[in-house]
Each structure stands twice: as structure tokens, then as C-alpha cells.
Ligand binder design. Structure first.
Ligand SMILES: [Zn+2]
Length: 117
């Protein structure tokens, strides 16, 4: 797994020194950030923030919703992306609103879960 030190080292090797970090508050109320070099291609690393401690995290596609964040509100609660791929003739239940998307309860609609690495 690439470390923050590895990422910084890669950028310094290219005679650059600028990074962007973007902050989010996840579904559990925890603050997360991602760090990415500015103006050059490079890896993006995600961290959970606690005080002055950064814990690496990885985004894992949610198994329950197949990574789309939504489930059909039918009995099977099939991942919504499969309903969106139906041929037009079969999609009538979607078009008429008989089957509707709901947020996946596992990932709260995000389509992924975060695990600390
Ligand atoms: Zn999900």
C-alpha cells in the first residue's frame, strides 16, 4: 500500500510540492480527507482524521447495492443499476414508478464503504 510519505516523495521527485486535500464528513460523522498532487498525475490517498492522526482508509464497493448506492424497493431489493439496464419493454415498471430506488441501507447511498488500512 502506498504511504503518504511515498506520495510526497513521488511528487518531490518531479520537482513539484503542491497538494490538494479535500475534506468530507462520512455517514458515521467521521471526518475524512483525500490528498492528491496538484497539476500532475498521481495517486490519491484517503485518510480518516482524528486529532492530529491520519489513518489510511480504502473505499470498497458496497456488495449489497453492487456499488450504485441504490436498491429497488421491490421484495428482492435488487441493486438499482440492474433495473436501469433492463430492455425498454421490461423497464415499464421503472418508468411508471411501480418499482422505485431507495438508498442502500448498508452504505447509506454512497455505493462504497470505507475500511481503515
Ligand atoms: Zn450499498
Amino acid at each position: 500500500m502506498k504511504t503518504l510519505e511515498n506520495l510526497i516523495d513521488d511528487v518531490l521527485e518531479q520537482n513539484r510540492c503542491d497538494f490538494r486535500f479535500r475534506a468530507h464528513r462520512n455517514q458515521h460523522g467521521q471526518i475524512t480527507i483525500y490528498v492528491h498532487p496538484i497539476d500532475i498525475s498521481g495517486d490519491t490517498l484517503d485518510f480518516a482524521v482524528s486529532g492530529n492522526t491520519l489513518t489510511p482508509i480504502m473505499q470498497i464497493p458496497c456488495d449489497r447495492c453492487a456499488g450504485c448506492g441504490k436498491l429497488a424497493d421491490d421484495e428482492d431489493q435488487t441493486p438499482w443499476k440492474y433495473w436501469m439496464e433492463l430492455p425498454v419493454q421490461s423497464a415499464i415498471v421503472v418508468l411508471t414508478g411501480i418499482v422505485k430506488p431507495i438508498d442502500c441501507p448498508n452504505c447509506k447511498g454512497l455505493g462504497y464503504t470505507l475500511i481503515e488500512g
